[in-house]
Design a protein around this ligand. Structure first.
Ligand SMILES: Cc1cc2nc3c(=O)[nH]c(=O)nc-3n(C[C@H](O)[C@H](O)[C@H](O)COP(=O)(O)O)c2cc1C
Length: 187
């Protein structure tokens, strides 16, 4: 029997950096958030919250809160999506802090839906915590899990030469044989 292939949307998803500053309407963003909210979560705890940053002055403040390496390309994005979660919404089983895991599942749904809608969507961990919290007026005990830059694709030439090289570099993953075991772990 032929081995089934991976869904093309999963293969097509990538973290692009060439993002046009053209606006993205809120309906499109809400569809991404709909996809995110249908993610599975431990105990159906749904620890995630989403802050859509698409208007000034919050947008500029959030852009300023990005680490310099991200600012160079992500500052053109018309939308920054800030995925937050409350550690108290954790439905934990073995001390794994599953609210972090749950949030990741929601972000992946969001990313895939964004790609499906023709957007560039790029998850980031590089931000200044205090500045980003202040930009979106995030109350405690919420924590920022991820910031996703989103927008329509721009020509790659909007990027610096160095980033163009990264953008066109061959994407790589560990071979399955390196990361997969059957039945028992083996070294
Ligand atoms: C949690 C997380 C944090 C990331 N942080 C950054 C970041 O701060 N800046 C950046 O350019 N890319 C960031 N990335 C993107 C990764 O570099 C990217 O997913 C990885 O290189 C694989 O490339 P691909 O997404 O195009 O398949 C992040 C991705 C994840 C999942």
């Amino acid at each position: 029997m032929a081995v089934p292939s991976v869904h093309e949307l999963i293969l097509r998803r990538r973290s692009g950096r060439a993002i046009a500053s053209d606006p993205v309407d809120r309906g499109t963003i809400e569809t991404m958030l709909e996809a995110a909210r249908w993610a599975p979560s431990s105990g159906n705890a749904q620890p995630w919250r989403f802050v859509v940053v698409d208007e000034q002055p919050a947008l500029q403040e959030a852009r300023n809160a990005l680490k310099p390496g991200n600012k160079t390309w992500a500052a053109s994005a018309p939308i920054l999506l800030i995925i937050c979660a409350n550690p108290a919404d954790d439905y934990d089983v073995n001390g794994q802090q599953l609210y972090l895991f749950d949030s990741g599942l929601a972000v992946q749904n969001l990313l895939l839906q964004g790609i499906h809608l023709g957007l560039v969507v790029h998850p980031m961990a590089g931000w200044d915590e205090d500045a980003m919290r202040q930009a979106i007026a995030l109350p405690l005990p919420y924590r920022i899990m991820c910031v996703v830059a989103a927008g329509y694709p721009a020509p790659i030439t909007v990027l610096s030469e160095e980033l163009q090289k990264r953008e066109t570099a061959v994407r790589s993953r560990k071979e399955l044989a390196e990361i997969r075991y059957f039945n028992r772990w083996s070294s």
